[in-house]
Structure formats: C-alpha cells, structure tokens
Design a protein around this ligand. Structure first.
Ligand code: UDX
Ligand code: ADP
Length: 464
C-alpha cells in the first residue's frame, strides 16, 4: 500500500517537527498538519520562518524548504482527514485534572474527539497512527469508536510512539536510535498497514532500526522508556543530596558510575529536577495503570521517582531561603532560565515554576530572564498553579529581556535552565551589580564554581 497523503492532527511539539521531517524526507508525499488553534496554524504559516511557534534548532530551515511544497498547515481538519491515506494523531494527552484518576490518569478526551471526527468525515479506508503518548490499550478504544461510529470504511490502528527529546528534536528525528511501530501483526491487513508506515520511515531510517511489534508492546515501551530515563535522573538527584551532606561531589560520582558500560553515562546529570511534558505524565500513567490492575508494589516503585523529583525542587528552593539567613521576604531573587531544559521554549512542568512558586510564598520579589520564553508564558505557568491571584503574580514577578538587568541589585541569582549562553556572561559585572554577599545558586551545575568563588560569589551547586 502506497501512502500519498498524510494528515497530522495537532501542530504541537510532536506533530510539527515530526511532520516537517517526514515532508522533507519524503517529497512525493503530501503532508498536511491541522490544528483547531488558529493562532498556532497562523504562526506555522508565518512568512518569516523564524516566527514558527516552536523553537527547535534546525527546524525553521526544514520548514522553509518543505512548506508549500509538500508540507501544509491548516485549520481545515475535516478536509485534511478526508483526503488522507494515513492520519497521525498528535494531540495533547494531559494528566486529568478532574474526576476518576485525577492527577494521574491521562485525559483522553482530545483523542476521543479526534476519533469521532475521523469517523464522521472519512469516506475512504484509513490508517490511523497514535503518535501522542497514550496509556496502554488506547488503540482498542480508538478502534471501537471508529468501527462503531464510522461510515463503514476500514481502519487500521498503529501505535508509533515518538521518542524525540525537545531541544534536539530535529537531530533525533533525522537519526533516531529506533523507530517503533505497533500494529495488528496477526492479520494481513494489519501487516500491510505496518509496512506502509515502515516504508515512510525507510526513506531515511535504516531498516534494522525500525522495530515492529504488537500494539500493546509499542504503547507500553514508550511509557517504559520515559520511566527508565526519569528514574536515572531521580536516582542521581537522590545521590546529590547525600553528596551535599558527606562531601562527595555528584559529578565525580556520576562520572565514576557512568563509566561502567553496564550503566552508561547518559541521563546522570544532577539537576534541580526534571521537567517537560512527558516524564511526570508518563510515570503517573504507569502508576495509574499498575494500580488499576491491583499492582500496588509496582505502582509505589514508580511513584517514588516523582516523589524524589518533587523533593529535589522543594529542597533547592528551601536552601535558597535558609542560606539567605532564613528569609527572602522583600528580597530580589533573579532567576536565569524558565524553560524545562535548554534549546526549547517549552516550559511544561519546568522546575523553575515550582521553585519560584515556593519563593513567592516566602514573599520574595522575583525577576526572571529566559532567552526564549515569553513573559506571558511565565505568568500563565504561575497562574495555572492557582497559588495566588493573577494580579499578585504580575506584581511580584518581573520578566526582563536582559540578564544583566535581571541580576542588578539582586540578593541572589539562581540558574534553573542549562542555557549555554549563561556560561559566557560577564559574571564579574553581574557580581559588581549585585547586593553583597552575592549568592549564586546553580541548579544545573552549569557554571565554573571555582572561578565564581574567586570572583567573590557565595556559590552553591546541587550535589556538592
Ligand atoms: C523526554 C524523552 O527523553 C523523550 O525520548 C520522549 O520522547 C519525551 O520525553 P524531553 O522531555 O523532551 O524528552 O527531554 P529530556 O532531555 O528527556 O529531559 C527531561 C528533563 O530531565 C529535563 O528537565 C532535563 O533537564 C532533565 N534531565 C535530563 C536532567 O535533569 N538530567 C539529565 O541527566 C537528563
Ligand atoms: P505535544 O507536545 O504532545 O505535541 P501540544 O500541546 O504541543 O502537545 O500540541 C497538541 C496540539 O493538538 C495543540 O496545538 C492542540 O490545539 C491540538 N489539538 C487538540 N485537540 C485537537 C483536535 N480535536 N483537533 C485538532 N487539533 C487538536
């Protein structure tokens, strides 16, 4: 089966970059990305490709090449569904904020709406690909809706989880460790659908790196991969606290441990805590699934990864308060970095949100600088917590567009994202302009601590 027309529902951090790369690598396939958010689509269509809504190194260039050739962004969801042979679902699956499974289970209402929309408008057979992270067995629900409400057309459901990490999305898509495709491999039609998607990726991914499995294995593999990665971060962060008490240095420990080839060196960077749209959400999902099968020990095991992460964020903030003579009330604290990691403008679950919320509860005056995050996003993140009024968040938090201004007359500076540019600042100027003693809290172990101490900073890094 040959794919000529792809539609992707959801023009977010997953759908946008993934489809841009598919379009670039498969010039004979027409790729249409649709979204109900008109502003988002308008931004993807902005004449100046630097203004596309997602910042990812290398992405603007790809969009410039493929857009209006075989890559299109549109709000006409129905038309794109109807024309497509293959439909990717890349809508958001946030953690439920209400009802059963509140705070844990994935909210599948956006997925269900998509399924109903596909069923309503489709007049020809479709391959439907789950791209969003989904709890195991969603494919079954999708198939149920499609088969029971559709116009008698045939659907094949595939699971094709996305493993790209933000900030390196383009590189990850161009050169993935593996592509995973789950399908109904017991049947001929299922195999044919799987093969159709294999052929799309085979335009640029070596065949032996394209794995095909049954649907459930594919869905569970995504949750497992994220849980394992997050667990490494929580494990090294647990050690960071012990290092601070004992005089060991967490970087030295991570290096020594990571050189064991059975362990490996990646994802051992101690930090103020992991953020992002996936780790917490996927682990909470895993915990929820385990609980729903009565597997309490399995659920508790994975939940501890989240508990450790929350502790790490809280203890970083508490250490700032303690070090500043047990009070930050009325003190200016400069925050460098709001994104959940460098090279992205995404702030979902960023540690910065929780650290600043803590400091605001302690009555600090907070000033924020981030190279890519817009002020309205920072306020929206704080408002979403509902800890205080929107007005108070705006009164007590200032967002500035130069780091030097942000640090001027600050009692303390806290580095919360590992942006490269932070390393190259004129730190002696920052020191001169701060109140003394000039406290510097490095939540990413990004800066050269020895040099900062020589300059006169009271320097504190996670894990030493
Ligand atoms: C993650 C997975 O890596 C990716 O495969 C999946 O598709 C989506 O979820 P992402 O959330 O974009 O990707 O970023 P990732 O690089 O995994 O970082 C997640 C968080 O962990 C960030 O806040 C990062 O700063 C933190 N982290 C990562 C650490 O604190 N230490 C590390 O050693 C690695
Ligand atoms: P992710 O990181 O998973 O890509 P995002 O929130 O960045 O998540 O993107 C998901 C996108 O899906 C949003 O832009 C949202 O407007 C879009 N979306 C959600 N539901 C629908 C729907 N029924 N039809 C079209 N687009 C949708």
């Amino acid at each position: 089966m040959e794919i000529n027309n792809i539609c992707c529902i959801g023009a977010g951090y997953v759908g946008g970059p993934t489809m841009a790369v598919i379009a670039q690598k498969c010039p004979e396939i027409k790729v249409t990305v649709v979204d109900i958010n008109e502003k988002r689509i308008a931004d993807w269509n902005d004449e100046d490709v630097e203004n596309i809504p997602i910042y990812e190194p290398g992405l603007s260039e790809i969009v410039a090449e493929a857009r209006d050739r075989n890559l299109f962004f549109s709000t006409d969801v129905d038309a794109a569904i109807d024309k497509a042979d293959m439909i990717f679902i890349s809508v958001n699956t946030p953690t439920k904020t209400y009802g059963i499974g509140k705070g844990m289970a994935a909210d599948l209402k956006y997925i269900e709406l998509c399924a109903r929309q596909i069923a309503r408008v489709s007049t020809s057979d479709k391959i439907v690909v789950e791209k969003s992270t989904l709890p195991v067995r969603t494919a079954e629900a999708l198939k149920n809706i499609l088969d029971n409400t559709g116009n008698g057309v045939n659907y094949q459901i595939l699971s094709n989880p996305e493993f790209l990490a933000e900030g390196t999305a383009v590189a990850d898509l161009m050169n993935p460790d593996r592509v995973l495709i789950g399908g109904d491999i017991e049947t001929d039609n299922g195999q044919e659908a799987v093969q159709a998607l294999v052929d799309v990726y085979a335009h640029w991914v070596p065949k032996d790196q394209i794995l095909t499995t049954n649907v459930w294995s594919s869905e569970l593999s995504k949750l497992t991969a994220n849980a394992f990665l997050a667990q490494r971060v929580s494990s090294i962060n647990a050690m960071s606290e012990l290092c601070e008490k004992t005089g060991a240095d967490v970087n030295e420990v991570a290096k020594a441990v990571g050189m064991d080839s059975r362990i490996g060196s990646k994802f051992l960077q101690s930090s103020v805590g992991f953020g992002g749209s996936c780790f917490q959400k996927d682990i909470l999902n895993l915990v929820y699934i385990a609980k729903s099968f009565g597997l309490e020990e399995v659920a508790d095991y994975w939940e501890q990864v989240i508990i450790m992460n929350d502790h790490q964020k809280r203890r970083f903030a508490a250490n700032i308060v303690k070090t500043l003579y047990n009070t930050v009330s009325g003190k200016k604290i400069a925050i460098l970095g709001w994104a959940f990691k460098k090279d992205t403008n995404d702030t979902r679950e960023s540690a910065a949100i929780y650290v600043v919320d803590y400091l605001l509860n302690e009555q600090a005056e907070v000033v924020v600088y981030d190279p890519k995050v817009k002020p309205e996003q920072i306020y929206a993140d704080l408002d979403y917590l509902n800890t205080r009024s929107e007005k108070e968040n705006r009164d007590r938090v200032t967002v500035l567009n130069t780091p030097y201004e942000a640090c001027e007359e600050a009692h303390a500076v806290a580095v919360l994202t590992e942006w490269d540019e932070f390393k190259d600042y004129n730190w002696s100027k920052i020191y001169d302009d701060m109140l003394k003693p000039a406290f510097l809290f490095d939540g990413r172990r990004l800066l050269d601590g020895k040099k900062k101490k020589e300059m006169g900073f009271e320097y504190y890094a996670i894990g030493s």
